[in-house]
Design a protein around this ligand. Structure first.
Ligand SMILES: C[S@@+](CC[C@H](N)C(=O)[O-])C[C@H]1O[C@@H](n2cnc3c(N)ncnc32)[C@H](O)[C@@H]1O
Length: 218
């Protein structure tokens, strides 16, 4: 799906129109964002639609969009985030500052949009400033079916379990779900991912800090 089509479906307008990226610093911090598994998944699956849940300033979104562009695909990354940070960000003064609060309201969304525009990736990325839960309900009602999903939002067991269940259900047959932080530092992610794979009779593959679940062909 082309980003322009997705943009019209979700926003009805071009959210990039008139945005001045020079007003924002080139600030693209991320964690494990340029992971070979994301690159390989795009190379093999050649997805028409990628959904990322948890995007922060856009490092992994931008990495995947660059892979789509390099592969010559007319596809889109739908970037879902509240742009308000996770509990772990809010607990630490330095990451609260990274949210760039303006009178208390984080400017993360605008940093993200500026980062996408600066890299000329607006034809590949559509942001959706929404909770993972509400975005899921919207996408299900619109019957949007990604071939690749990257889950990297809240890291507590309950949230990860819900994100996996919701976004795996949207995934097209033959598609793949990649999750971040399958490490001992994030035991609740490991717990939720292992439990989800077990309950759904799926093989969980580990790739240096990320996990992969493949949806069987129908
Ligand atoms: C670890 S960061 C994502 C990093 C990004 N994938 C990267 O590699 O650059 C987690 C993000 O999840 C978002 N988040 C946390 N809980 C969320 C929720 N319930 N719905 C949507 N986004 C959420 C936070 O705002 C934060 O930006």
């Amino acid at each position: 799906m082309q980003a322009s089509e997705l943009m019209t479906k979700l926003h009805g307008i071009d959210i990039y129109a008139g945005f001045d990226a020079t007003q924002y610093p080139d600030d693209i911090q991320g964690w494990n964002s340029e992971h070979p598994l994301l690159q390989e998944a795009i190379r093999v699956i050649r997805p028409g639609l990628v959904i990322e849940v948890g995007v922060w300033k856009g490092a992994s979104t931008i990495f995947m969009a660059e892979q789509l562009r390099t592969a010559g695909l007319e596809s889109a990354v739908l970037a879902i985030d509240t742009f308000l940070g996770s509990i772990t960000h809010l607990m630490r003064p330095e990451s609260r500052t990274a949210l760039a609060p303006h009178h208390g309201w984080p400017q993360l969304y605008f940093l993200f949009v500026a980062n996408v525009l600066r890299r000329k990736l607006q034809d590949y990325v559509v942001p959706l400033a929404q909770t993972a839960d509400t975005a899921f309900q919207l996408l299900r009602q619109m019957d949007l079916r990604p071939q690749l999903v990257h889950i990297d939002a809240a890291h507590d067991h309950e949230s990860v379990a819900r994100d996996l269940s919701n976004y795996y259900s949207l995934l097209a047959p033959g598609g793949a779900l990649v999750g971040d932080d399958f490490t001992t530092s994030w035991p609740e992610v490991v717990w939720a991912a292992t439990e989800f794979a077990h309950r759904n009779h799926l093989t969980l593959q580990q790739h240096s800090g990320k996990f992969l679940l493949q949806k069987p062909n129908a």
